[in-house]
Design a protein around this ligand. Sequence first.
Ligand code: KG4
Ligand code: ZN
Length: 325
Amino acid sequence: MTILGIETSCDETGVALLKDGEVIANNIYSQIVHTKFGGVVPELASREHIKKLLPMVKKILSENQISLEDIDGVAVTYGPGLISCLLIGLNFAKGLSYSLDIPFIGVNHLEAHIYSPFITNKEFKPPFLSLLVSGGHTQLIKVRGLGDYEILGSTLDDACGEAFDKVSKLIGTGYPGGLAIEFWAEEGDPFAFDFPVPDPRGLDFSYSGLKTSVLYTYQKLSQKECVERIKDIAASFQRVAIQSLILKLKRAIDKTGIKTVSVSGGVSANKLLRMQLSELSIDWAVPEPGFTMDNGAMIAFLGYKLLCNGYSSNFNLHANSNLTL
Ligand code: KG4
Ligand code: ZN
């Protein structure tokens, strides 16, 4: 069975092909048009998806010698995300599905992230804890099975990835922020600045206080220091941002007694986070490179799972920018 996966929820246009549960191609176009704005501009993002999606689908099919008639189903993100961006992928998928008379499967982007570590790690089975850390979400979830979720904690304000992006914009290390902060932090002193570790009660997260603390510290520096101390700020911020994730994760493990953990979303690519996960006595999984950031493979993978469970969507499925688990 061959599934075409489509992802257009934010600033990545992702298309992928999955054959009998294995990813055979996963092509991602990360929009560079937003770089000069230091953040995603929704109108520009949707225009980019319109320009890129059809050529990318044609390319992935021809590169893998797969014809339209070989596709058995089309899986697509229908939320959450930027509404103007979701509409591009969703309507494209509906059109393709209608014209080829094949099922289309609307996929929840968050659920796709949760299962993304298992694209290559098929041994991992529920129940497990999921730490979902992206640019839009920071959540701890107890996963009992497909579609059976209990949210244990969420961010009360900014998402972790969003904080990386905003701090990066502030200190001028560029966009996208996560990768930039990680790069500059490599040669910095993680203890140079004593930013407070966010710890709202229970299993919730908070990143706006940390972001403001970095802002105030930065504003007190001279122009010369702002340049000289970029690496130290990046390293100190990163240490604290990751420490908060690990703190909450440990607390969730203690609370639930579940020691099997999946970590996914863009921030799961972070090397410091992965190092600290490896120091915990738990069974943990993260996505392979290419499946951490927004991508079509995770959409195709979840779509395939759903289709195998007898689920497909109706054409009256609407894009939902605020879709939850
Ligand atoms: O999952 P994703 O591609 O998109 C959303 O669904 O939001 O995550 C993007 C987020 C961005 O905020 C980006 O700065 C962050 O993931 N990110 C990272 C790293 N790579 C991407 N954050 C920390 N360390 C990284 N290496
Ligand atoms: Zn995402």
